[in-house]
Ligand binder design. Structure first.
Ligand code: GAL
Length: 446
């Protein structure tokens, strides 16, 4: 099949970027009167993070930001100098590092956090909104709820299967909705920006495509992962029906006085429609099979689905990350159909390296090329409205519970060197070339 090279180009106003997060790069954990966050506390406890590492210094971007700005500026220079240093920022207000002082009041399980978050968001809109026009309230509420409040693998390290995650997730949605309404009412008229929240999702397919049970389990898996947050915001204003009915029935059977999945109460700010675009963080795909019902309390039991890797999928430097470029195209189509064809920014997507550093990371380069070709197809062949793509991540950084052992950067950071020297990986150069060409300028493929 011959492919017209124009099909491998992105729209002329496509936004290219690379993502970071404060705790993962900044360091400066005590600088200038900063109080601890839940990740400071989590890491300073023992046995929770790879080799008890922490983000006290991380990439020290708190002090080296000027150098990092020059790294980002490199992208601008190789594109067409249009933006020079004026990178268009998309700012995430919350990326996992809740102030410890708020955790001490109950964190995301505390209903009052929604008002606190709203006040913080308004401060940011007021302070930075003259220049920042793209906002994300929360990064990956699913990960914060599930890994932080069900599995205990992420801060705040709560292990409370089947209960805390739904409450934490609910309060995150309440907080997000308040911030969106505040922006719309008080800031948008003058600042004219857009605001959303970043939702992570795998792509999922039935383990056995001919099995109706596996197909149903796959739908449940998508409802409990993607739909948990996408449904209230983009689809119905409530959690997916299958989530609600299953958790209600199981909660009753387990002797809970009320369903473990909270209700959106009347009189609270509306959640439906509180996103001006869809922000997607996507890394991998899963095959899903039905499992026998069990009364064991927990998110997995509520779902009755087991997610697995397909043995044919290559796995990159971290065991959960099967590399499945086509899954992103499928997921983009799924979002288009499920959420009414929203404008989509892919706000995180990347490939990890572990073990000995390989600056000549051709596998990661190949990953970006293959994945972006799938995004191109989604745009041109499927009509998905994809507006931008941000690689995770600009720099190798503190990869949460994996510490510094897992590297996602376009720039290598030498964490053993006192100056935390940055060196561009091959993949950084290749990504820059793609940006410079706004896609793939190569000759027609056959
Ligand atoms: C996301 C998270 C990022 C980064 C990435 C790679 O879940 O938002 O902070 O850690 O995964 O694992």
């Amino acid at each position: 099949m011959s492919v017209d090279i124009r099909e491998n180009l992105f729209p002329s106003d496509f936004a290219w970027g690379a993502a970071t997060a404060a705790y993962q790069v900044e360091g400066g954990w005590k600088a200038h009167g900063k109080g601890p966050s839940i990740w400071d506390t989590f890491c300073h406890g023992k046995g929770r993070v790879f080799e008890d590492q922490n983000g006290d210094v991380a990439c020290n971007s708190y002090e080296l930001w000027e150098e990092d700005l020059r790294c980002v500026n490199y992208y601008n220079k190789v594109i067409n100098d249009l933006l020079a240093c004026n990178i268009t920022p998309m700012v995430t207000l919350y990326h996992f590092d809740l102030p410890q002082a708020l955790q001490d009041r109950g964190g995301w399980k505390w209903a009052g956090i929604a008002e606190v978050f709203d006040g913080y968001a308004a401060f940011c809109f007021r302070t930075f909104g003259d220049r920042v026009k793209l906002w994300l309230t929360l990064n990956e509420p699913y990960v914060c709820a599930k890994l932080g409040h069900e599995d205990g693998l992420f801060a705040p390290g709560v292990r409370d299967p089947g209960v805390s995650l739904y409450l934490a997730g609910h309060n995150m949605l309440r907080a997000h909705a308040r911030a969106w309404h505040s922006y719309s009412a008080l800031f948008r008229p003058e600042q004219k920006g857009l605001i959303s929240l970043a939702l992570n999702s795998d792509w999922a397919e039935p383990q056995d495509p001919s099995s109706p049970q596996d197909a149903a389990a796959t739908e449940r898996y998508m409802a409990f992962t993607f739909g948990w947050f996408a449904s209230p915001v983009f689809m119905t204003g409530d959690y997916p029906a299958t989530m609600r009915s299953r958790i209600e029935a199981r909660s009753a059977g387990q002797g809970f006085p009320a369903a473990r999945l909270p209700e959106f109460e009347e009189g609270e700010p509306r959640v439906l429609g509180t996103a001006d675009f869809f922000a997607l963080n996507h890394y991998t795909s899963r095959r899903v099979r039905a499992v026998s019902p069990s009364q064991t309390l927990g998110f997995k039991g509520d779902q009755e689905a087991e997610a697995e890797m397909d043995p044919s999928w290559p796995v990159c430097g971290t065991p959960w990350l099967a590399v499945v470029p086509y899954g992103l195209r499928k997921l983009l189509n799924y979002i288009k159909d499920a959420c009414g064809n929203p404008a989509i920014y892919i706000t995180e997507n990347g490939f990890a390296q572990t073990g000995p550093v390989d600056l000549n990371d051709s596998q990661r380069s190949g990953f970006y090329r293959d994945t972006l070709l799938e995004v191109c197809k989604a745009i041109h062949e499927d009509g998905v409205d994809v507006r931008g793509y941000f690689a995770w991540s600009l720099l190798d950084n503190f990869e949460w519970a994996d510490g510094f052992s897992v590297r996602f950067g376009l720039f290598h950071v030498d964490f053993t060197h006192p100056e935390l020297t940055r060196t561009m990986y091959l993949s950084g150069r290749e990504y820059a070339k793609i940006i410079m060409g706004n896609g793939f300028q190569s000759t027609a493929q056959s």
